[in-house]
Write a protein that binds this ligand. Structure first.
Ligand code: EPZ
Length: 420
């Protein structure tokens, strides 16, 4: 398994271009299953998760062509059952369920298990699909949904931690081809859900209330092909912004959208980091001394859970006490023990981590456990004195396009060690 060797202590400087959003492109690719006509998706990031989704679509019978950041899909004739192993490998692929049920009135996919960050049940997805009239069963590790007719309905899709991103996506993708009107209350408002809804409307769907917690979907008989450019990845942008602040550099995030990053920019300002936003992107650099802050992760437009670990790396080098509370996933502090190996002083108290920041970090071998935890280890390694080796970078490759190349463009001393 590849690892990254980071020689720390160099401030990041320069421009980095933000890729398309992983968490928008996955459901958008799944949505291409809703029509037999060709779809074209631009600004597709080169990530292992995207390659997985393309394999799943191909397995289902779709024609998939990928070339230089553009994917062309034609799902002329498809089957309703996803390959057990492929789907099991990537949780995000659960979002093929809605389109398959919408188009074929049946879907059978392997039940995604939990992952290191939490149990991650799909009860809300299934509740929503059942409200549309689907008969949902779970057997031998598969979840199956079948419906003679899909009929629009009103439903409340909020759960323990508020709205569900992929749950909203799944139900929306089934409801666009249902009879009548569906109203989803407590719908997720993440920009990735908005991007998906805009793509569906470009295919001829009728979705209103996009970006709000109340989505109204008027079903149509069929959808047609469409062409779409995916939004920039706000979590990748947040990661490079935080890396710039942590290494005391100055970085311009080309193509990043400030309107998707409100809570992140707000917390960066509170911690003593200046940002300048214009049409070309966002420039980030420290504005004097760093200050400790408190953060609580929430559904959008609150502070994103996917930037929590990276922010913890910044707080580890910030003198004073910061408190980071994780409200979305029940076990998303896997990075704490590895950051402590680099010399950070962090204690976990229930859903909160208390960061006693400001101690100098020193390089060490560390182990990535999940996508965003590994991004935090890279940021801490960039700020630490000496060498840090981040192992299992396959976690990073799932969500960051060419991270070592982009970091080197910003002056970092990073090398990918490929395991023979
Ligand atoms: C999406 O996951 C993202 N993944 C996650 O990003 C992100 O962390 C998450 O949304 C929250 O923003 C993709 O888009 C591929 P949820 P999703 O359903 O949709 C509970 C990354 O790093 N819940 O919004 O699976 C759930 O357990 C990844 O890029 C239920 O209880 O997340 C969690 O506590 C990690 N029942 C909370 O809701 C359900 O049926 C939010 O989960 C569904 C969810």
């Amino acid at each position: 398994m590849d690892s990254l060797l980071i020689k720390g202590g160099v401030p990041l400087n320069g421009d980095v271009t933000i890729s398309g959003a992983k968490n928008a492109v996955l459901p958008i690719l799944a949505a291409t299953l809703l029509t037999s006509e060709p779809c074209v998706v631009h600004r597709v990031p080169d990530l292992s998760d995207v390659r997985f989704m393309s394999q799943i679509l191909t397995w289902l019978g779709a024609e998939v062509k990928s070339e230089g950041g553009t994917i062309r899909v034609r799902a002329k004739k498809i089957k309703g059952a996803g390959d057990y192993d492929l789907v099991r490998k990537m949780r995000g692929s659960i979002c093929i369920m809605g389109p398959l049920l919408g188009r074929l009135r049946e879907a059978r996919v392997s039940l995604p298990g939990g992952c290191v960050i939490g149990a991650r049940p799909i009860n809300l997805h299934l509740k929503g699909l059942a409200s549309l009239g689907a008969k949902v069963t779970i057997e031998s590790g598969y979840v199956q949904a079948k419906a003679k007719r899909l009929v629009g309905a009103s439903m409340f899709l909020g759960g323990r931690a508020g709205s569900t991103v992929l749950g909203t996506a799944n139900v929306m993708m089934a409801a666009v081809l249902a009879e009548g009107v569906t109203v989803i209350e407590s719908a997720a408002c993440e920009p990735e859900v908005t991007d998906l809804a805009n793509f569906l409307n470009a295919m001829g769907a009728k979705i209103a209330g996009i970006g709000s917690p109340t989505l109204t979907i008027t079903g149509v008989k069929q959808l047609h092909g469409a062409e779409h450019e995916v939004i920039p990845d706000r979590i990748e942008a947040a990661t490079y912004a935080i890396a710039a602040a942590t290494t005391n550099g100055e970085v311009t995030l080309r193509g990043a959208r400030a309107d998707h990053l409100g809570a992140v920019l707000d917390k960066l300002h509170d911690s003593g980091v200046a940002t300048h936003c214009d049409a070309s992107g966002i420039t980030v650099k420290r504005n004097g001394k760093l200050k400790p802050i408190d953060i609580t992760t929430l559904p959008y437009s609150g502070f994103p859970t996917d930037a929590q670990a990276q922010m913890m790396a910044l707080m580890a080098v910030t003198p004073g006490i910061s408190i980071i509370t994780e409200r979305i996933f029940e076990s998303r502090f896997m990075h704490v023990s590895e950051l402590s190996r680099l010399g950070a002083d962090i204690e976990i108290e229930g859903p909160s981590a208390i960061v006693k920041g400001g101690k100098p970090l020193s390089g060490a071998p560390v182990m990535a456990s999940d996508l965003r935890a590994s991004a935090a280890l890279v940021i801490a390694g960039l700020a630490a004195k000496g060498n840090t080796q981040v192992n299992r970078v396959y976690h990073l490759d799932r969500g960051y396009e060419k991270i070592d190349v982009k970091l080197r463009q910003l002056g970092a001393r990073v090398e990918r060690i490929e395991e023979s």
